[in-house]
Write a protein that binds this ligand. Sequence first.
Ligand SMILES: C[S@@+](CC[C@H](N)C(=O)[O-])C[C@H]1O[C@@H](n2cnc3c(N)ncnc32)[C@H](O)[C@@H]1O
Length: 234
Amino acid sequence: MPGGDVACHGPAGQYAHVEADDAAGRARQRELVRRGYDAISLAYRSDDGQAASSSAEDVSRYRGWVAELAGLLPAGARVLDLGCGAGIPPTRELVAHGLQVIGVDFSAVQLRRARRLVPAASLVQADMTALHMRSASLDAVVSFYALIHVPLADQRALFPRIRAWLRPGGLFLAIVGARRWTGTERYLGADMFWDHQDTGTYLRWLEATGLAPVWHRYVPEGGSGHSLILARAC
Ligand SMILES: C[S@@+](CC[C@H](N)C(=O)[O-])C[C@H]1O[C@@H](n2cnc3c(N)ncnc32)[C@H](O)[C@@H]1O
């Protein structure tokens, strides 16, 4: 397994400078993703949680990731799931471990399904880039296959905010890119936008923002893959 301990530099305001590059363009990219998931919600994953297409991620993987995270958290810990989708997985798996889960997604269709399929979670329809949470109010933040749809400048601006929402020692577990790639393509019948950095860049960004990487793993998916990173707020 790749990864290892990385020094913690504490929360920093250094990303306040994040490029004010075309905020309107980034809003359009996010809107494309929101509309896309409204359109492909069921094509991405059916109500029983199975990937309805071979291009959606296999549900069984999430069980291990969530179990590992739950083992590191106190009973009843408060967990935010960014880009929860229809919640099946990962919101449902988090709830099954007795965690208090807040799921956030900006797709109305995904959120409506999540409310029906995971009624024990608190579910909020919101764009994660504009989300407000109380400081130090969370034990963990997770995000699976959602940050990869957020424009890079918005991702960078989000990391210090995630750090601030976590209590000291809180955990961040996320699927991010393994290699740099951005683009818009047809996906399950809708236009879809992706934007992600390579793993090393994510590790540096997290470390610099006060989220010290604990480990990172390559998650293979056919001919390509993503990175799963666990980081700790310090
Ligand atoms: C590939 S799905 C993943 C859903 C779920 N996390 C899973 O692993 O099955 C990505 C989800 O992220 C949501 N998403 C993408 N960008 C978002 C944003 N800026 N704010 C809120 N949700 C977002 C999409 O609506 C979609 O439901």
